[in-house]
Design a protein around this ligand. Sequence first.
Ligand code: MG
Length: 173
Amino acid sequence: MKKDTFQFNGDIPKDILFGIGYDIHRLVFGENIVLCGVKIPFDRAFDAHSDGDAPLHAVMDAILSSLGQKDIGHLFPVNDDAFKGADSADLLKQVLNIAKQKGYKPSNASVAVIAEKPKLAPYLDGMKASLSSLLGISPDRVGITATTNEGVDLIGNGEAIASFAVVSLEKIK
Ligand code: MG
């Protein structure tokens, strides 16, 4: 065998799925926003059909994507009044049920929130606890980072908050 040929001698994890999700919501005048199921006092609110919890929406899309399913826009259509003002934590439970029916459960989640304001540092621990509880996984398998958009574009202007999520799922034994 040639010396430069890659050889992997460890266990290759089977039955692990990965998905990526993204979401953004515009902000309007209000009293609070919900991020990862945590209500955060703010002088803005999400302009959204549901509670607008962008990181949870990104997490749901990541789960659905990992399973080869269509996104939450298909699952919870914005023109369906059933989801008006919906608690995204409840929607996530439905998405987790879909995963369960397919024999999978989350094993880790990595979430980035991009917000110019409010300062999220005081809320990150609570958001992590909330997300780990919602996903039914240990907090040390959940990572939440927050960053600003350096004043660039809509997000940097404080007009919207966006989120990326990568979630891995493992086969339920
Ligand atoms: Mg959304």
